[in-house]
Write a protein that binds this ligand. Structure first.
Ligand SMILES: [Zn+2]
Ligand SMILES: [Zn+2]
Length: 246
């Protein structure tokens, strides 16, 4: 193996990027699509063979349907990641383990998760937000005669640090709050409750990428003297087990 091969590994002969070959190259597929749309004929047959679809995403009919069937038989493998993520015309000729799109997804999410963690760390140090912080919530509680909205104070008693990443910002329980002053008559609220990551912990550039990230039902009241009490020392840099789309 040449020095270059050893240093850089597999490279695509079409786009020269690493991690895939021309057979699975998304940029070559896109190129074929443009040519097929413009000229039809042989390039259209090649496109249908490669993707199993017409350039507009519809099912091939007539002669082209036959082309598609032959191509399907020749390459039965289809990547489950690409199918799930609805990568148009992708997924043929590779599998989930070797999927270039999945690799890119992991690299992006890991990078963003590290940014998220660093930002939470900075906030914890500057504002005392984290383990031991006092929080305030409005809760619908039973006061002896009926139900009533009351302000309840709680303390953050647990942070699931390793579950904090950009793939779990929608509703996944991250912090546990122990309520301090629930009315003695209240029977329906547990002393401890889990909450998703507070919206205020999510940096702006990450927050604006999705709707419904985090929660804002808890108002941070008080600084903690040791907000990173249970946080692993290598939290930002340690390997992150991402939650892949189900
Ligand atoms: Zn390529
Ligand atoms: Zn794939």
């Amino acid at each position: 193996m040449s020095q270059t091969r050893r240093q850089y590994g597999r490279r695509c002969s079409w786009c020269f990027k690493q991690g895939h070959n021309k057979r699975t190259c998304p940029s070559y597929t896109a190129h074929l699509k443009r040519v097929a749309e413009k000229h039809g004929g042989h390039s259209l047959v090649m496109y249908v063979k490669r993707t199993g679809e017409m350039p507009d995403g519809s099912k091939p009919t007539g002669e082209l349907a036959a082309v598609k069937e032959t191509a399907k038989k020749a390459s039965k493998r289809r990547c489950s990641w690409c199918v799930k993520m609805r990568m148009v015309g992708e997924g043929y000729g590779h599998n989930r383990r070797t999927c270039p799109h999945r690799k890119t997804w992991h690299a992006d999410q890991t990078r963003d998760s590290r940014e998220l963690r660093q930002s939470i760390l900075n906030r914890a140090e500057a504002l005392g937000v984290g383990m031991g912080s006092l929080v305030l919530a409005k809760k619908y509680v039973y006061n002896g005669n009926g139900f009533d909205w009351q302000k309840v104070v709680g303390m953050v008693v647990k942070v699931d640090w390793d579950a904090i990443d950009t793939t779990r910002l929608k509703g996944k329980p991250i912090i546990t709050v122990r309520w301090q002053n629930l009315p003695a008559t209240e029977r329906y609220t547990a002393t401890e409750e889990d909450f998703a990551i507070p919206r205020s912990w999510i940096p702006e550039d990450i927050a604006k990428r999705g709707w419904n990230l985090g929660q804002d039902s808890l108002k941070m009241l008080g600084k903690s003297s040791n907000p990173l009490a249970t946080c692993p020392k290598d939290w930002v840099d340690r390997p992150i087990t991402l939650c892949e789309p189900a």
